[in-house]
Each structure stands twice: as structure tokens, then as C-alpha cells.
Ligand binder design. Structure first.
Ligand code: ADP
Ligand code: MG
Length: 575
């Protein structure tokens, strides 16, 4: 947690103000019992009304002063702790944004969300508590003891006897509760995972009538969390009454022994009253510290989870000294590239070598799982290769900044993903300052104009969360338009035509040819019709190149290609 505390630095002035106010507030609380003793001993016992009114007035002022300090203090505390939460969330989000896809997979989305929200709140809460007690509790405890000693030296032994009891009760409770708090966060992760899967997979669940099953799964995760929470709260709930009991028993003991001393004339009544109030202050501040000790380990568990995220140094980072950009544009070269996913036994692709340049269309074809997506994902450096090199414009992708590299590429991923917002905003995702004409033109090429205009508000129509109000093919066309509007040097289409009907597919490719004329184009596809006219076709089979060449060349030479073809076309059509 200390590591995270460094992030609070922007609020150091507010914290200083809080500490000063806490100091003043504690002073007022410590001063009141002494005044009270004076009123009783000098005023009431001697019947001096003027004195009572005068000291009473001072007491009132001191109380009001303490109250004002407390109010301003809580205002600043709220600001600091909420601001601190904001800083942590921002930090985590910023850090996670730089994660490579592998690192996302290690934590899982559900856990990353819990860590950014719930865990941050835990830390934030304990900071509020610490801020409100940092000065108050020790001052009340130590000041209380000194002032109590001034009132009476003998009665202090009652307090000395009470303190070990407080400590023991408290230790017993903490020892059992703290480990459970850590378990609770893990169970919260599990619950969020089920929730996330159930929400996003609702169609599949309904289609396969698995509602009851998912319901049970959610219930069990929910119950699991609830059980732990109940256990831990039961233990902690014991803390308050136990402490109060000790506190009240101590008060009784003080009154008991105190009244004996008053009776003997060793002590004045006012002193006894003041002493009683000091002992309440002392024990109460110990109680506050006890609560803090329950909260700190809990927040510590959360802080650890947040730090785990922050401690990951993203494996894909920009080079310290990027190579200067050359004169080449749109060159892509794979040199004997091998790549495997973490934990996989076999490389997803191995020994891939080819090169392509501006004006050329390279198609990649192969069965599902043959490594097509993996291959194209290496071009924008979503992953780093195990061996070999990926060169873009003559430079290794690891030797240029990700920003420079990705600015060159218009990438249409296999999973079309849209964001909440208007159609135009989604297309402008490719180029923030694109004019409406550019947006329209991109949509036109992507064959998206018809359905966009049918959407009522046209380009201002809203795409709902996850793009559920457009079909799969429409989503694909919008994400193609998004890549087109950038006018990049390199286009990568990863199976981007799969949800289009044959006619739309053909029209789109014809329009594309005019648009992508002098750019470098990589098309991953399943259909022979889509790849037939490419300048170069790469046939992938289990991560290896099974053939490379034009349609005609491959027809002669590659058996894998022939098999793909014959599964799709009758022989006459090919000839
Ligand atoms: P294609 O696009 O040709 O259908 P992919 O490139 O998506 O194939 O996948 C190639 C192989 O890599 C598959 O065997 C798949 O199981 C594996 N794979 C793909 N993505 C991941 C991932 N994120 N983590 C681990 N393995 C993966
Ligand atoms: Mg794929």
C-alpha cells in the first residue's frame, strides 16, 4: 500500500490542512473535560453562578470551534480520498492500455475490472479513515493519559488494567478476519467473471436453453461470496460490542474506585468527572485504531492486487531509440518468422518468409486454426515474434514506435468491433479529423451507404453497445470503412468479407481495388473467389507455408490449394 500512497502527492496541501484541523479538533476535545472539572469544583460546589456562566461560555466556544474544524476536515478528507481513488483508477487504466494481448489474457477482463473499481474503493476507504485518525487518535490517547494523570494518579491504574484486555480481544478478532478479506476479493473476481460471461453470452444461453444452468452457476458464485462475507462480518461485528463492553466496565470501575477516593477526600468530584471523560477518550481512540487495523489489511489485500497490475511491465514497449523513418512506404517483409502463444506446445506459425510492397495484393488462405489471424496480428505488433523478423518499410517493427507503425496500417480485425456512438463517429475512429465527405466516401467503398441511409438518422444513427443493432455483415462493412478512411499505406483485412453475401463481396472488392491502388493489401480469406485475383497467394497449413504464388501457379503446384479449391468450386469454374 505504501507504493500506492505515493500517488497521493498532488493532495499534499489538502492533507496538511486536514492534519492541522485534526490537531485543533483534538485540542478542543482534550480541553473540555478540564473546563468541566473547573465548573463542578469551582462553580457548582461553591455555588458561583457567574463562574459557571463564564466557563460554560468558554466550553460552548471550544465545542463550536472543534465542530467547525471537524466539518472542514471531513470536507477535505472526502476530496482527498475521492481524488486518490480517481488517480489510482486512472493509473491502472493507463497501464492496462499498454498491455499486450498476452497480458490481458493473464489477468482476465473480469479481474481487471474488479481491480480498477472495487479494489480501488477499498484502498480509498481506508485512506479516508487513516486521514481522519492519523493525528486525532494518538493525540487523544497520549494527551488523554497525560491529562488524566493530572487529575488523579491512582485511578490511572484502572486504565492500565483495561488496555491489555482491549488488545487481546482485538488481536483475536483480527487474526481470524484478515485472511478472509483476501479470500473475499478472489471470490468477487469469480462472481464478476460469471456475470460478464452471462451478460455477453445471453444469446447463446437462451438459444441453448441454459438459463437454469447459468442461474445455478451465478447462484453458486454469489453464495460463495456471500458466505465468506457473512463469516467475516460476523467476526468483525463482534469487535464493536466487545470494545464497548470493555469501555463500559472500565467506566464502572473508575466510578467505583473514584467514588471511594472522593469519599475519603483524596479527589474532587470535578476531577472524577474529568477523569471519566478522559478515559472514554483514550479507550475510544484505541477503538478507532482497532477499526483501522481491521481495514488496513483488507485494503492491503486490494492494494496488492492493484500493484500486481501496475507491476507488469508491458512486454511490447517502444524502443528507446527508434530507427529514423526511411523513404520506403508500404513494404512488408517476414523473415523466417516463428511465433507461439504463451503456454502453447506448438508454434502457431513457423518459418514464415515472404515480402510484399505497394500496389500488391497478398492473399492468405488456409483452414481454420492454420494461423492466418496470428500471421497478420504480427504486422501491427500485437505480439512479438519468437524468432525471425517482421519488417515494415525496411525496419523491424520492434525498432519503431507503436504509434508510427500503427499509423501506417488500416487494420480490419476478424472480430468486427464497434463502439457506442454514431455511425460517423465509428468510422472516424480510423481518422479523428475526417470530414463528412471522407466518411461518406469510405462508407461508399465499403458498400455501407445503403444500410446506413436506411437507419433513419443516416450517419448520425446510433450504434448501441457492442453494435447489437447492426448485423454481422453490416458490422464488417463499418469496420472496413473505418480502415479505409485512414488512407493507410497498408491494409489488412482479416476474414473481413466472411459475413457478406457473394454479390456484396464482389462489389466491395471491385470498389476496393480502385481505392487501395498503390497501397499494400493483405487479405485473409476463406473463399477462393476472394483470393483468386491476388498478386500472391500464401497457403497456410498448420502454421507453415504450404505454397506461395499466383492462383494459376498454385493450381499446378500446391496440393493443399487444390484441395481447398475443389471443395469450393466445380472444375469447370476454375478453368
Ligand atoms: P486462423 O485465423 O487461421 O483461423 P488463428 O491464427 O486464429 O487461426 O489461430 C492459430 C492457432 O493459434 C490456433 O491453433 C489457435 O488455437 C491458436 N490461438 C489463436 N489465438 C490464440 C490465443 N490468443 N492464445 C492461445 N492460442 C491461440
Ligand atoms: Mg482467423
Amino acid at each position: 500500500m505504501l507504493k500506492l500512497l505515493r500517488l497521493i502527492r498532488p493532495y499534499r496541501v489538502s492533507i496538511a490542512v486536514i492534519l492541522v484541523l485534526a490537531f485543533l479538533q483534538s485540542l478542543s476535545s482534550l480541553y473540555l473535560p478540564t473546563l468541566m472539572a473547573d465548573i463542578v469544583d469551582e462553580g457548582i460546589v461553591k455555588g458561583d453562578t457567574d463562574y459557571i456562566v463564564r466557563i460554560g461560555g468558554i466550553m460552548l466556544l471550544v465545542t463550536i470551534g472543534g465542530m467547525i474544524c471537524a466539518i472542514i476536515k471531513s470536507f477535505f478528507s472526502a476530496r482527498v480520498s475521492i481524488g486518490f481513488g480517481k488517480i489510482i483508477r486512472g493509473r491502472v487504466f493507463e497501464h492496462v492500455e499498454n498491455f499486450s494481448l498476452n497480458e490481458f489474457d493473464t489477468f482476465g477482463t473480469a479481474s481487471l475490472i474488479t481491480r480498477t473499481t472495487n479494489d480501488t474503493t477499498q484502498v480509498q476507504q481506508v485512506i479516508t479513515l487513516i486521514l481522519s485518525m492519523l493525528v486525532t487518535a494518538p493525540m487523544m490517547a497520549i494527551g488523554g493519559i497525560i491529562l488524566a494523570l493530572q487529575q488523579d494518579r491512582v485511578l490511572v491504574w484502572v486504565l492500565v488494567a483495561a488496555m491489555p484486555i482491549v488488545f487481546v480481544v482485538f488481536l483475536l478478532i483480527i487474526r481470524r478476519a484478515v485472511p478472509l478479506y483476501q479470500v473475499m476479493q478472489v471470490k468477487l473476481d469469480a462472481l464478476n467473471l460469471v456475470l460478464d460471461e452471462d451478460m455477453t453470452g445471453v444469446r447463446v444461453i437462451r438459444a441453448f436453453d441454459r438459463n437454469a444452468h447459468e442461474h445455478r452457476r451465478f447462484d453458486s458464485a454469489n453464495l460463495d461470496l456471500t458466505d465468506t462475507a457473512i463469516t467475516v462480518n460476523r467476526i468483525v461485528a463482534f469487535l464493536m460490542p466487545a470494545m464497548m463492553l470493555t469501555l463500559n466496565l472500565t467506566s464502572v470501575a473508575i466510578l467505583w474506585f473514584g467514588s471511594i477516593r472522593v469519599d475519603r477526600g483524596d479527589m474532587q468530584i470535578g476531577s472524577l468527572i474529568a477523569f471519566l471523560q478522559y478515559s472514554v477518550l483514550i479507550l475510544f481512540s484505541m477503538l478507532m485504531v482497532a477499526v483501522l487495523f481491521v481495514m488496513i489489511p483488507r485494503a492491503e489485500a486490494s492494494a496488492k492486487r492493484i500493484n500486481e497490475v501496475l507491476a507488469v511491465s508491458p512486454e511490447i514497449t517502444d524502443p528507446v531509440a527508434p530507427l529514423p523513418s526511411g523513404t520506403e512506404h508500404g513494404q512488408i517483409e517476414f523473415q523466417n518468422v516463428t511465433f507461439s502463444y504463451p503456454g502453447a506446445e506448438e508454434p502457431a506459425i513457423s518459418n514464415i518468409t515472404f515480402r510484399t510492397g505497394p500496389g500488391e495484393v497478398t492473399a492468405i488462405i488456409g483452414g481454420t486454426g492454420s494461423g492466418k489471424s496470428t500471421l497478420v496480428n504480427l504486422i501491427p505488433r500485437f505480439y512479438d515474434v519468437d524468432s525471425g523478423r517482421v519488417l515494415v518499410d525496411g525496419r523491424d517493427v520492434r525498432e519503431m514506435t507503436q504509434e508510427e507503425l500503427r499509423a501506417k496500417i488500416g487494420f480490419v480485425p476478424q472480430q468486427a468491433r464497434l463502439f457506442t456512438g454514431s455511425v460517423a463517429a465509428n468510422i472516424r475512429y480510423g481518422k479523428g479529423n475526417a470530414s463528412l465527405d471522407e466518411v461518406r466516401h469510405a462508407a461508399e467503398i465499403a458498400q455501407a451507404t445503403d444500410f446506413i441511409e436506411a437507419m433513419g438518422d443516416g450517419f448520425e444513427a446510433t450504434i448501441s453497445q457492442g453494435g447489437v443493432n447492426v448485423s454481422g455483415g453490416q458490422k464488417q462493412r463499418l469496420s472496413i470503412a473505418r480502415a479505409l478512411v485512414r488512407k493507410p499505406e497498408i491494409y489488412v483485412f482479416d476474414d473481413s468479407f466472411s459475413a457478406l453475401d457473394f454479390a456484396t463481396d464482389a462489389r466491395l472488392r471491385a470498389a476496393l481495388r480502385g481505392e487501395t491502388g498503390d497501397a499494400t493489401v493483405l487479405i485473409v480469406a476463406q473463399r477462393v473467389g476472394t483470393v483468386m485475383n491476388a498478386d500472391r497467394i500464401i497457403v497456410l497449413d498448420e502454421g507453415r507455408i504450404a505454397g506461395i504464388g499466383t492462383h494459376r501457379e498454385l493450381l499446378e503446384s500446391s496440393q493443399v490449394y487444390q484441395e481447398i479449391i475443389s471443395s469450393q468450386l466445380s472444375l469447370e469454374e476454375i478453368a
